[in-house]
Design a protein. Structure first.
Length: 489
């Protein structure tokens, strides 16, 4: 019988699954949450233009500043049609490249997060350890995401220091043609004037070492890679004899390699950064009251004012089965959905900002040295929301504090260790490192090993290599260069 056969092989199975399906209103709410103030105004304006039941008033910050009025566009040409296109940002360009590559979703999200943490020069502004901890992913996935980011255009993007930036660009340079390589390897030794001919064995030795010299002359990229990898500090200090002795390069070979390095871009991110400087608009303002209570105020001056027109007047005399009735009902639902989404955005953004600065209240009092370790997962747990909601809430948002205007993302930092009973953040560790160097003797600056020991004594356990990495990120030269600079002064 067929039925027993099916039962025997277990081909029939019944199971129940639960899956959360996002409604159109939820998608819209999440999209609006991710937008900064200016982009929010533009998006709302476009949505309001398509809905006759929404009464639109310009954002207060734009009134009287020549902002666009919401009116019929067919009576006169739209001035925005003649406006230049908005400049592409570095992060947006990199995210676009990631979408085209189509990597797996976890890898794309991690690489996108790293792209959002590049400085204007294109350098990664946080460590992979911090990124992995903030995203709740493995170190291996974070490293793979960085490799993916560094494979994007322009070459050198996503580097953690100048050395890596230059090497990434050299990696992209085409290899010499095989025929040219073979031809160089077969070239005979050149005769030396005013010298006796070398014996056969000497000729063989000369022929043996000649290709390396030719490679350096005809392929300056080979010498440039050696300089970028090991000799950047000496190159900056123009220690030609030390470099020549250490690399075996002649002065001509060294000059060719140096010129090749000069043709690379030490700040590749600027190629994609906007050339137009715009004022940063803070999405929120935080501070402490006279009673040391936390004060949070959202900046709604850039948000357009919307209200729902009386839809009942539109329905007078229209029968329910008429198409116009269904259209007006659809517009009313869309209008209410947009108003609810905007209210949800304000509520969520306020809660996230409040939660961040409840945890980072010491920053408001003393500045960056008071920053505590904090991840998006911590805030999500405190608020009972998904981590992606927190990520959208802080994306491209700025906050005004007593110490200046900063990205909201800047207030997330990984844990490095403990100072007494207090956890120490990576940002605070950089601040302590900078303070130690600022207070050192100019004639006897501290080495990286000595700095690591001092930090450990202050409760910040860092290895010498981590100290060197943080020092490079702070654009502080090594102890030798600091001592030489003081001697020259």
């Amino acid at each position: 019988m067929n039925v027993p056969a099916l039962q025997q092989h277990g081909l029939l199975r019944q199971e129940q699954r639960q899956r959360l399906a996002l409604t159109q209103e939820m998608r819209q709410s999440l999209h609006l949450l991710s937008l900064p103030a200016i982009e929010l105004g533009r998006c709302v304006q476009e949505l309001a233009a398509d809905n006759p039941l929404l009464e639109y008033r310009e954002a207060p910050a734009l009134r009287g500043l020549g902002g666009r009025r919401f009116a019929s566009a067919w009576n006169a040409p739209d001035p925005l049609d003649r406006a230049p296109a908005e400049p592409q940002t570095l992060e947006a360009e990199l995210l676009g490249q990631l979408r085209l590559l189509g990597p797996p979703a976890p890898l794309r999200r991690a690489a996108g997060y790293l792209a959002g943490n590049l400085d204007e020069s294109g350098y990664l502004a946080l460590s992979l350890e911090e990124a992995a901890q903030q995203l709740g992913i493995t170190a291996e996935l974070a490293a793979e995401a960085l490799r993916l980011l560094q494979s994007l255009q322009p070459a050198g993007i996503g580097a953690r220091d100048l050395r890596e930036c230059l090497l990434l660009q050299l990696d992209r340079e085409p290899e010499p043609a095989p025929g040219a390589r073979e031809q160089r390897e077969c070239l005979p030794p050149q005769p030396q004037p005013d010298r006796d001919p070398q014996p056969a064995s000497g000729a063989r030795e000369q022929r043996k070492c000649l290709p390396q010299q030719l490679v350096r002359k005809l392929q300056p990229a080979s010498g440039a890679r050696e300089l970028a990898d090991r000799w950047l500090p000496q190159l900056a200090e123009r220690k030609w004899d030390e470099i020549s002795e250490g690399t075996g390069m002649s002065r001509d070979e060294l000059e060719a390699a140096r010129l090749h390095l000069r043709g690379l871009d030490p700040r590749p991110g600027l190629r994609l950064s906007s050339v137009r400087t715009e004022s940063i608009i803070a999405d929120a303002r935080v501070g402490l009251t006279a009673d040391s209570e936390l004060s949070v105020e959202l900046n709604t001056t850039w948000e357009p004012r919307l209200s729902l027109a009386g839809s009942d007047s539109f329905l007078v005399g229209i029968r329910r089965e008429h198409e116009a009735y269904a259209y007006i009902e659809s517009c009313r639902r869309s209008a209410r959905s947009l108003l609810n989404s905007l209210a949800t955005r304000r509520q969520t953004l306020r809660k996230v900002v409040e939660a961040i600065f409840i945890e980072q209240q010491a920053f408001l009092q003393v500045g960056w040295s008071g920053l505590r370790p904090l991840t998006m997962a911590n805030i999500a747990l405190l608020l009972g929301v998904h981590e992606s909601t927190v990520s959208r809430a802080v994306a491209d948002k700025y906050v005004r504090t007593p110490h200046g205007v900063f990205r909201l993302k800047a207030f997330f930092s990984a844990t490095l260790g403990r100072g007494g009973s207090e956890e120490v953040s990576a940002v605070a560790a950089r601040q302590q490192l900078a303070a130690l160097i600022a207070a050192e003797s100019r004639s006897r600056p501290l080495s990286d090993q000595q700095l690591a020991k001092r930090l450990s004594e202050e409760g910040v356990p860092l290895s010498r290599r981590t100290v060197a990495k943080y020092r490079d990120e702070l654009r502080i030269p090594c102890s030798t260069a600091r001592r030489d600079a003081d001697a020259r002064a």
